[in-house]
Design a protein around this ligand. Structure first.
Ligand code: ZN
Length: 160
């Protein structure tokens, strides 16, 4: 087993709320520690949103995925010191999120401006003529927006 095997196994662990994205795409897994040839592995993850209830579930899924590679000992460490940011998501992950029907968080190069926060593109029709309807969607991580162009509501993954 190599570290690459572990990363590959973690690609199969999906975010429970966003089945098109893995914990690797999300930037949730921050480190893997494994001695080549050894039978122990440690995976470090950072929780995304404090309000998201999925941490325990992801932790268990990560554990099971690595364990299934044949490691005798697997430890999943939740790193509360590393602050997760939506910038940790890969551009490819953001594109897949939009295809899934959820507007991805804007990519911030430094400070998020109010204008960036308000120019959210509708995942249905691509229009940026949208407005915030509710700060909280089906989970705390999401906001509900409405598109004036196609008259549909959609969820946005909040930038953080
Ligand atoms: Zn639209």
């Amino acid at each position: 087993m190599t570290t690459a095997d572990i990363w590959a196994a973690l690609e199969s662990v999906k975010d429970p709320e966003i089945p098109v994205l893995s914990v690797v795409d999300m930037g949730i897994v921050t480190a893997i520690s494994h001695q080549e040839g050894g039978d122990a592995a440690t995976v470090t993850m950072t929780p995304t949103f404090v309000g998201c209830p999925a941490i325990d579930m992801m932790k268990k899924d990560i554990y099971n995925a690595v364990k299934s590679l044949g490691f005798a000992s697997v430890e999943v460490v939740v790193d509360m010191d590393t602050v997760w940011s939506s910038d940790r998501m890969t551009p490819d992950a953001k594109a897949r999120l939009e295809k899934f029907g959820i507007a991805p968080p804007p990519t911030a190069d430094g400070e998020l401006t109010a204008e960036m926060l308000d120019r959210v593109r509708c995942p249905h029709c691509g229009s940026t003529d949208t407005t915030l309807r509710s700060a909280f969607g089906s989970t705390l991580c999401r906001a509900i927006r409405f598109c004036f162009s196609c008259k549909q509501g959609f969820e946005q993954f909040k930038p953080l």
